[in-house]
Design a protein around this ligand. Structure first.
Ligand code: 6PG
Length: 260
């Protein structure tokens, strides 16, 4: 039985990014102390850039031992790694290059490959080689960072995708409803094996999707794939700015309380 999601509603994106950075540093230090290393899978898209720049910024740059951190990706667009749509390129520019992170500590999905099934299987081997399965059959990432699409997708797990039913593979290729359409993504079981899943969601445009995931219950979960992220023994923490949380009932009261 997974624990209830934890909600952190910040006044603005900068505050949300700082709060997420604080937790990532704390979880990273705990992983290093208890397991000798930290294994994190990063999100793509436009939102997390502010978090990566925060982690690379003066306040946090020296707080995490990146030499003992293995960086993975939750998903990738199937473009060249220097393509403007590449999640790897975005992470390299916002986090990896500014911190001078050793490329040997960064495990990139090879989205540029023509044979995406082979690329998915190769990434699966890398995960199994570098991430211990110390709580069951699935490799246990310490932190998985995720975003949320307006249609309720997360990583590259889109509504009604066959990938939502995958219970064997760690990584599969999927097709997005918009360009770049071909994607690689971690699957539900490996996301749900994580010790902590952090959603970072900003903006009023995501408020309906946030409500659909956290409060609504109508419709099948496969129509709102982020509902399927329920780590069996892990935490789920949502970092939201106020506009993204604006359609939640419970949180609005707590925000109102704070404002009184
Ligand atoms: C991607 C992401 C995807 C993203 C959502 C939200 O490759 O695009 O993995 O799941 O998190 O689409 O994207 P924005 O942050 O750009 O709104």
């Amino acid at each position: 039985m997974s624990a209830a999601p934890e909600l952190r509603v910040a006044r603005d994106p900068d505050e949300a990014a700082r709060e997420a950075a604080e937790l990532i540093v704390w979880l990273g230090r705990e992983a290093m102390a208890q397991r000798g290393g930290f294994r994190i899978a990063l999100a793509g898209g436009g939102t997390p850039g502010i978090l990566y720049r925060t982690l690379a910024g003066r306040a946090y740059a020296s707080q995490l031992d990146w030499a003992r951190t293995a960086v993975f990706f939750g998903d990738e667009r199937c473009v060249a790694p220097d393509h403007p749509d590449s999640n790897f390129r975005m992470v390299r520019e916002a986090l990896l290059a500014p911190l001078g992170i050793d490329p040997s500590r960064v495990y990139r999905m090879s989205g540029e490959e023509a044979d995406l099934d082979a690329a998915a299987r190769a990434y699966e081997r890398q995960i199994r080689e570098h991430v211990a399965s110390d709580r069951g059959p699935w490799p246990v990432l310490d932190v998985v960072l995720l975003g949320l699409g307006e249609d309720g997708h997360t990583a590259s797990l889109f509504p009604d995708s066959p990938a939502l039913d995958e219970r064997t593979r760690l990584v599969v290729s999927t097709v997005a409803p918009r360009e770049p359409r071909r994607r690689l993504t971690l699957t539900i079981p490996v996301l749900n094996a994580a010790r902590a899943v952090l959603f970072l969601v900003m903006g009023a445009g995501k408020a309906a999707a946030v409500r659909a995931v956290l409060e609504d219950r109508e419709g099948a979960d496969r129509r709102v794939p982020a509902r399927l992220i329920r780590p069996g023994a892990g935490r789920v923490i949502w970092f939201l700015d106020r506009p993204a949380a604006s359609e939640l009932t419970q949180v609005r009261q707590s925000v109102d309380d704070r404002e009184e």
